[in-house]
Design a protein around this ligand. Structure first.
Ligand code: DAT
Ligand code: MG
Length: 230
């Protein structure tokens, strides 16, 4: 369970997402102190604390995002938050993890390297606050020995499928072929995160990619070859 009250503050209602305006006190504070290197295209540098207008450039084939933040559940627009954690980055596994999602035909709509602030990491893992490993977990995510590579992937059933592709939290329980089975030995260094539900995806995408322009709407040229039924 995550702090629903936070989610309500931090993200606008999915139903009124067309012209999203942000009033993101909580989100801004979560991001405060983060050192970010944003690779997302169409990254609009927002001015003004209270509201951000979407970057809309009619010349550009790539549109700033206008969907509900986690897409529409059960459709090809469903989205999940996937992150390569600092151990995965240190070990040079970013490309391999990205390749798993690309190879599946999923669409990358957000990507950045970021050393998260303590506030952001604590909010991201808020459901684990009472666990004995919480302090160590937050330190490992935030100490800057390597960034987190944060991503948003889009596609059919991507939230559940992302979890299946990642494998069980404890790599020793992860099924053969999963990311954690392939690359990991212990739960404390299991290299990758994936949203565990639509609600978690909404919360996590909002936390990590909550500013306007950080997510990019674009069309896969081969989508017909990935998505068509007979
Ligand atoms: P997951 O990452 O599979 O969603 P989770 O949400 O239960 O798993 O836990 C988040 C992360 O916290 C997990 O990826 C690694 C760490 N963690 C979980 N259980 C742990 C434990 N018993 N000891 C150390 N770290 C743990
Ligand atoms: Mg989890």
């Amino acid at each position: 369970m995550f702090a629903r009250s936070f989610a309500r503050i931090a993200r606008p209602a999915a139903s009124s997402m067309k012209a999203r305006a942000f009033s993101t006190g909580a989100r801004a504070s979560a991001a405060a102190g983060s050192r970010m290197a944003t690779f997302a295209t169409a990254g609009a540098i927002a001015t003004g604390a209270a509201s951000y207008a979407y970057f809309q450039n009619a010349q550009s084939p790539v549109q700033a995002d206008s969907k509900p933040i986690a897409g529409v559940k059960g459709t090809f627009s469903e989205r999940t938050f996937i992150a390569v954690k600092p151990d995965g980055v240190q070990r040079g596994l970013v490309a391999k993890i990205i390749a798993r999602f690309e190879d599946r035909g999923y669409k990358l709509v957000g990507l950045k390297a970021v050393v998260p602030s303590k506030d952001l990491a604590e909010e991201h893992y808020a459901d684990l606050k009472s666990r004995p490993f919480f302090g160590g977990l937050v330190d490992y995510m935030t100490n800057g020995k390597a960034p987190v590579v944060a991503m948003v992937w889009e596609g059919k059933d991507v939230i559940k499928q992302g979890r299946v592709m990642i494998g069980a939290t404890n790599p020793l329980d992860a099924a053969p072929g999963t990311i954690r089975n392939t690359y990991c030995q212990v739960v404390g260094r299991n290299i990758v995160h994936g949203s565990d539900s639509y609600e978690s995806a909404e919360k996590e995408i909002g936390l990590w990619f909550g500013k306007a322009g950080e997510l990019v709407e674009w069309s896969q040229a081969n989508s017909e070859w990935i998505q068509s039924d007979n």
